[in-house]
Design a protein. Sequence first.
Length: 361
Amino acid sequence: MTRDRILLLYGFLTLLAAGLVAMLVLPEDAVETPPPSSSAASMQEKPFHMGEQLGAIRPIPTLPAEELQSGKALLGEKLFNDPQLSGDGTVSCATCHILAQGGDDGLKVSTGVGGATGDVNAPTVFNTVFNFRQFWDGRAMNLSEQVDGPLLNPSEMASNWAIVIRRLNDSASYRKAFGREYNGVISEETVTDALVRYETTLLTPNAPFDRFLDCQNLKSDRADCESDAITAEAREGYRRFSDYGCISCHQGVNIGGNFFQRFGVMGDYFADRGNATETDLGRYNITHRDEDRYVFKVPSLRNVAVTAPYFHDGSVASLDQAIDIMGRYQLGRALSAEDRRYIAAFLESLTGEFRGERLQP
């Protein structure tokens, strides 16, 4: 059996296993749902691992005001938006993760210090605390490990911790803030902690589909509640999304982001696309195992309608085309225009709110 046939069989079996897990745990009463006030800090302290989130799609929790306004989170917000963290003082975390535009930058690949360009599409920063790994190739176990990636990358912020700590120590306002929150210690650990505290507050609750899910708990007037929450087209799209097998990889609270999968389970996406790059190898670049070629963390579908372009290569501009590609290469199914329209309506219902405002493209 050739390597390609082995990898195709591996990918298919992985998809089948994920589907079986999803079918076993999809009933809501079989899933322990965290309370709405689940602490964002505790989410980060107990990172998810593969399998922990496999199951029913659940609503994004709403954080209490005291977490959103905590001193550490507010300090992290200031750091997130401060270009001083970059080597030449021109690029901040918010440069590539624009909260008013879906938490990404809308570009195929981002532009960093000195006009350098990256090699992967910047994912949204929203709801990342629910991902079981960070980055497309999953090389960071949690948000704390993720911080070094953009900060030290010469194509992104092109900085180092000595520069960051020196600049923060030179700032009276930062000295005061770190004095209040971290006993005056400005270090790699305290800066990372503040950034993570802020990033764990970047949740987008109250999507129309989350309101639809909340209707499931009603003992009466459930049908009226569901029809008020999302359109008939979105409900039909969710049915097809589930029946066709999309839910095998996209489930859990983040509707994805909870395990790895090969891009091209039912076809060779990269051969058909052409111009293969080293980045296309995905997890293989981390593990150097043949079975990890073209394997990536399954992306979350939360807010997917406002985070184009799509895929790790940023090669697809429209949601309709992305749905078509997923049907062909992950399900082995040619989705009709009607299928894609209904599924898109469902995906659009996954757009949530940030600080009470609906996200926009």
